[in-house]
Design a protein around this ligand. Structure first.
Ligand code: GLN
Length: 382
């Protein structure tokens, strides 16, 4: 059988490839972003109880009403905005699925989508599979801020959407209020949609405030805002997230969602609804993860790698400029095979493979894991 590939230029994701290599060489995996410590046993027990209590049949298509209610309360508390639990929120099997569904909901062949690079690796294939065209704009290196003048120059009648991501994967940069004002000015009076990937909303450091699109009603009316329980509750393997939008957009989003996944694992939704009653479960997450960033950064001073600032997410990028002529991809492989630590090469997040000699490490690990990794990394001298 011959198949006409819908994604002819796509291989296996860098996360799968590097995690596979890490297993093969038994290296410390600071590549793919996931915690290596246990999630809350209370949450696990709430889910187990729901299963044992017989709550094992389909949840409603948009999500379990009690969970939608809790999320609406959480959003009001955090961002001072009222989102209607019945019309504005949909529970999804993961944040990535929420992003894919939002793109599929609005994109038509030939539409242009503004994407900033480095870009999380699912964005561009998600755009292309819908027949739309990614318009790539590099974030300004090394601060990874958005060059708004360039954004303005790329807007035309085909521009359907702008994708933003804060805290940012892979760089850990965050969007400021000044960015929001620029975005506002650009989309005002247009039909441009916004996709805001906010899966790391609680993982923000140094006292910074997360500039969620939810805070800005004029932007929310044209936005799909995507979140992840996996990142918030150290349970990335659960693959549960949600999308918040305005009622008319969410109505269309659900048309796509209902014929793809229909609904999400019921006992997990019951457990999450119960667990969200305790605000401490997410309020202190930023400072908890910041300690890990600081711990790792301190250890890394003994290596040749130079940190780029990380203000949020699971990740910090490190430069080896001037130390080695190796490409970041080759270095990531050598560090895995010969030094026993796996990073992610940041060029993997650029379509053209732009190599600034930067690799990404996931620091959301047990201290002993970080100790072990850095003990190995100090041996690398270029
Ligand atoms: N979000 C994770 C990361 O950036 C990867 C998730 C995945 O492997 N699809 O590392």
């Amino acid at each position: 059988m011959k198949i006409n590939s819908k994604l002819p230029n796509v291989g296996t994701t860098v996360f799968t490839t590097m995690s596979h290599l890490a297993t093969q060489y038994n290296s410390v995996n600071l590549g793919q972003g996931f915690p290596d410590f246990d999630m809350s046993q209370d949450l696990a027990e709430l889910v187990a109880k729901a299963m044992k209590d017989g709550l094992n049949q389909y949840a409603p298509m948009a999500g379990l009403p009690v969970l939608l209610e809790r999320l609406s309360e959480k959003v009001l508390d955090l961002y001072q905005v009222e989102v209607n639990p019945i019309t504005d929120i949909t529970i999804t099997p993961g944040g990535t699925y929420a992003i894919y569904t939002a793109l599929t909901t609005v994109l038509e062949p030939g539409d242009e989508v503004i994407v900033f690079e480095p870009a999380y690796d699912s964005y561009i294939p998600n755009i292309e599979i819908n027949g739309a065209v990614p318009v790539l704009i590099p974030l300004e290196f090394p601060g990874y801020s958005i060059p708004w003048d360039i954004v303005k120059s790329k807007i035309n009648e085909k521009t359907k959407m702008i994708m933003i991501n804060s805290p940012h994967n892979p760089t850990g940069s965050v969007i400021t209020y000044a960015d929001i004002e620029q975005l506002r000015e650009i989309v005002k009076g247009t039909n441009i949609f916004i996709l805001s990937d906010e899966v790391y909303e609680h993982l923000i450091f140094d006292g910074l405030q997360h500039q969620s699109i939810l805070r800005f009603p004029d932007l929310l009316e044209r936005a799909f805002v995507c979140f992840s329980f996996g990142k918030t509750f150290h349970s990335t393997g659960w693959k549960i997230g949600y999308c918040i939008s305005s009622p008319s957009l969410m109505k269309e989003f659900r048309k796509v969602h209902q014929f793809n996944c229909f609904s999400v694992h019921t006992p997990s939704q019951v457990g999450l609804a119960g667990y969200l009653l305790n605000k401490d479960s997410y309020i202190n997450l930023g400072s908890f993860v910041q300690k890990k960033r600081d711990y790792f950064e301190q250890l890394m001073t003994a290596t040749i790698f130079k940190p780029l600032p990380s203000y949020g997410s699971y990740f910090q990028c490190y430069s080896y400029e001037g130390v080695s002529e190796l490409s970041d991809k080759d270095l990531a492989v050598i560090l895995t095979k010969e030094y026993g630590v796996t990073p992610i090469p940041v060029s993997a997040f650029y379509q053209a493979g732009t190599d600034n000699k930067v690799i990404r490490f996931c620091f959301c690990k047990k201290e002993e894991t970080l100790d072990k990794a850095v003990e190995k990394l100090v041996r690398y001298k270029g």
